[in-house]
Write a protein that binds this ligand. Sequence first.
Ligand SMILES: Cc1cc2nc3c(=O)[nH]c(=O)nc-3n(C[C@H](O)[C@H](O)[C@H](O)COP(=O)(O)O)c2cc1C
Length: 198
Amino acid sequence: MTIELASIDENVWDQLAGASVQSDHDLRYLSLATLSDGKVPVSRLLVLRGLNKSDRTLIFHTDTMSEKWSELSAYPKASVLGFSAEKGEQFRFQGTVELYAPSAELNQLEWNKLSVWSQNTYCGGPPGEETQAPSSVLQKDLQPPSDAALERGRLRFGVLKFNAESLDWFRLQRSDNRRAKFFYNASGGIENTGWINP
Ligand SMILES: Cc1cc2nc3c(=O)[nH]c(=O)nc-3n(C[C@H](O)[C@H](O)[C@H](O)COP(=O)(O)O)c2cc1C
């Protein structure tokens, strides 16, 4: 592996580490694509909540009543896509997702990191269900949620751990675009890498 390729990979994960703790970061919202029951690709944006550079994992939060949770329960393969406008770089990862339900220790750790207002987003109606009003949060509910409501939310809260298995990196630079592939092994090391035609 050349020094340049090693530093590209290093830089990708450093940028993502920044995005996992900085709400105004370029890469704070990543697209997660899954496969539906009918084998139709479905993508959506998620907040990057955490990351472990050494084992190549990304942490996302979601509702266990959402479509993505059932899609990933049935088929855990996923693709994560990010774009840094600042650097003109696209990151496309492929990997497998582990789901952490409310009884899991990681789930409880992540829940405890959230503000009450973020926890409150899990206390409304099931995602995707039709409603009469534009929001599931009623005006009267714009007060700190009760302990009982928060407990209902906690039981809906889910954590997704995305284990990156490969990265397809692309930098847009006018007439000299660059693209490289990285394959990670089970312990998070780079198994194989190389330049590819953009
Ligand atoms: C900027 C942005 C950030 C979002 N972050 C999250 C998130 O962290 N977790 C989540 O479950 N949904 C998040 N959403 C909503 C999802 O994109 C999606 O609409 C919702 O989770 C339903 O997805 P599903 O029906 O495919 O499961 C976000 C939406 C936007 C626009």
